[in-house]
Structure formats: structure tokens, C-alpha cells
Design a protein around this ligand. Structure first.
Ligand code: DX5
Ligand code: ZN
Length: 218
């Protein structure tokens, strides 16, 4: 299980301390939620905080681009030092060009799929992916409720990856994740867990949240 706290819920007035605390607590990745106010009805940030933290943290940086034009902005996240860059299959740009740009820069690549998008178009993209991000909320905001049926979606994606010979593919789950659903999600085939509101509000602090998620592992 890889744990990827969503930085959207971190204290942006002290991101450096937050990243150090998350690393000390045993988190694996930092999940950066990038929103453009067009693809989703919310606006967060571009590559700036990713770049600012890059010199201060060795953690794995996972950029989740909830933007209409990932091809136009991908270079900024490559230069900022993101390790894995993920765009939405629903984006306006040609996602294969996005994936080629990411892999051409020797970074890991991912595709995110929203809860109401059929999985049909995923199969042809698998050879260009290191990760499939299954959204268990509609993208745009932290603090939403986990959408029932997402566990089955994870199982479908995992089965598709296995059937197509991509058994090592990361299957990431994002949205309303907590210790209440992580066990079933892991059993269904998720291996990367994004968590925002539940994680950052955990009564046991970041280490408590990490321990609670790890306790869900099969
Ligand atoms: C939503 C983001 C998620 C979200 C996670 O568009 O992609 O990463 O911030 O936050 P929670 O865990 O509170 O749903
Ligand atoms: Zn996200």
C-alpha cells in the first residue's frame, strides 16, 4: 500500500514543514491536486508549490492534473520535478500526446478516470501508463463523500490491467478514502491511496492516519 496525502488539505502557509511531517509520519507520495477552474469548478495551483518543495523533499511527487489542457502545461510540472504526472482521460487535449511528453521526459505517467466515464478507452492507453487513477468522487473538491460502486470500479480496472498483461500497473484511488473503505479497496486491487480531509483531520495526527490505513492492508 502506498499512501499519498492530498496536499490540497495541507496547511499552505507552511508547506515545507507539512511535507517533512508527512514524510516522518510514513507517507509515501505527495499528491498535488492541480485544478484550472475550467475542467473542474475550482482553482488551486500550477507547478509553483511543486517546484518550491522539490529542493526540500525527496518524497515521490504525484501531480493530478484536473485541467482541460494538460499538453499545454505538462512541461511546467516536468521542470518542477514531479515524478508522476497524471491527466484526465476526459481532458480536451489528446491524452496520448500528453503521455508521450511525460514519458519522453523520463517521468512516470498516469491517466485519471472520473466516476461516470466508461472504462472502454482505457485499454488502448495501458501500454503508455504506469498508473490508472480511479476517482471515487467527481473531481474538484476535497471533503466529498465516497461514491458507492467505486470499489467495483477498482476491481474492474485491476482485472483489465491483469487481462492485458499490465499486472504491475499502479491502481490509485482518490476521493473520500479513509480507514472505513481502504481495506475493501485494497482487496479489490488498489495499491495507491490518496486521502485528504480524513487524513489531515485524523485525531492521531499524520502518523495515526498512516497507521490506520496500513492496518487495512490485507
Ligand atoms: C478531488 C481531488 C482529491 C481530493 C481528496 O478532486 O482529486 O485528491 O482532494 O480529498 P478527500 O480525501 O477529502 O476526498
Ligand atoms: Zn487528486
Amino acid at each position: 500500500m502506498l499512501i499519498a496525502p492530498s496536499m490540497l488539505c495541507a496547511d499552505f502557509s507552511c508547506l515545507g514543514e507539512e511535507a517533512r511531517a508527512l514524510e516522518q509520519a510514513g507517507a509515501d507520495w505527495l499528491h498535488w491536486d492541480v485544478m484550472d477552474g475550467h475542467f473542474v469548478p475550482n482553482l488551486t495551483h500550477g507547478p509553483l508549490p511543486v517546484k518550491a518543495l522539490r529542493e526540500h523533499s525527496d518524497m515521490f511527487f504525484n501531480a493530478h492534473l484536473m485541467i482541460s489542457h494538460p499538453v499545454q502545461y505538462v512541461d511546467g510540472f516536468i521542470e518542477a520535478g514531479a515524478d508522476l504526472i497524471c491527466a484526465h482521460i476526459e481532458a480536451e487535449d489528446d491524452v496520448t500526446e500528453f503521455l508521450e511528453r511525460v514519458r519522453g521526459a523520463d517521468r512516470q505517467s498516469g491517466i485519471a478516470i472520473s466516476p461516470d466515464t466508461p472504462l472502454d478507452d482505457l485499454r488502448s492507453l495501458l501500454p503508455m501508463l504506469d498508473l490508472v487513477l480511479v476517482m471515487s468522487v467527481f473531481p474538484g473538491f476535497a471533503g466529498q463523500s465516497f461514491i458507492e460502486g467505486s470499489i467495483e470500479r477498482v476491481a474492474e480496472v485491476r482485472a483489465l490491467c491483469e487481462a492485458e498483461g499490465w499486472g504491475a500497473m499502479h491502481v490509485q484511488i482518490d476521493g473520500g478514502v479513509s480507514d472505513q473503505n481502504a481495506g475493501a479497496l485494497a482487496a479489490a486491487g488498489a495499491d495507491v491511496f490518496v486521502s485528504g480531509s480524513w487524513f489531515f483531520k485524523h485525531s492521531g495526527g499524520y502518523a495515526g492516519a498512516v497507521a490506520a490505513l496500513r492496518a487495512c492492508e490485507a
